[in-house]
Design a protein around this ligand. Sequence first.
Ligand SMILES: Nc1ncnc2c1ncn2[C@@H]1O[C@H](COP(=O)(O)OP(=O)(O)OP(=O)(O)O)[C@@H](O)[C@H]1O
Length: 261
Amino acid sequence: MSPVLNLDGVSVRRGRKLLLNDVSFHVNEDERWVILGPNGAGKTTLLQIAAARMFPSSGSVQILDETLGQVDVFDLRPLIGLCSNAVANALPARETALNAVVTAAYGVTGRWREEYERFDERRAFNLLNAWGVGTVFDRPFGTLSEGERKRVQIARALMTDPELLLLDEPGAGLDLAGREALVARTAELVSDETAPATVLVTHHLEEIPPGFTHVLLLRDGEAVAAGPMEQTLTSQNLSATFDVPLELAERGGRYSAFMAQ
Ligand SMILES: Nc1ncnc2c1ncn2[C@@H]1O[C@H](COP(=O)(O)OP(=O)(O)OP(=O)(O)O)[C@@H](O)[C@H]1O
């Protein structure tokens, strides 16, 4: 399997603070990774680099065989589907859900006067349907519930048929039913062998969908552990990552953790 993402010895410095410190992270095309860590661990920073939205202070980054710093990021970005707060905040509140998705095909967030291809609109509509939000296609994005907004954002991230899908806390702000529906739909997506290599950021074990194969545990900008889920997601590694004694529980491919007695 060919690598989709190669980060080697990546550090990010802002003033005197090291947001990432010598992190290496490798994703192959058939892998589905979770990045797990407490608030401020550097998860979003790492994802921004993987999305070609941020450059490291040192280290090397290859995304889809291109080296960051030697490629026009505007050629690279359409190949990367990104669902994040930053993208959501850039979507105009008055745009319809359909436009929020279809504009991804043109690398913009708002629809102006341009005519879009019927093919693109049909694909956007099908993606909204697949994520269970087809009925809100004509509603302004700003009036959607948090759960609906998250699904629209994922549909948008998939619009360009990306080779790398990056999901930054897609379950944040969802109620229990909304979270479970999102987890189930994401599990369905990644079980398809033609689905893109996927990286999902979260700080909640309950948000890890079944079918995710690998995990990177981050703490204070450093990798605590990285590797296949069964060997790497352990009580010991979780305790070291969150700095409290934790006991991992697994049931039917889902995870949770409790304070160790
Ligand atoms: N421009 C900046 N200057 C200084 N510190 C920054 C800057 N941007 C981010 N940070 C800090 O870097 C750390 C890592 O931030 P990041 O958003 O990557 O963490 P995270 O793991 O995604 O956190 P959360 O789970 O809370 O979203 C945080 O402590 C944050 O305050």
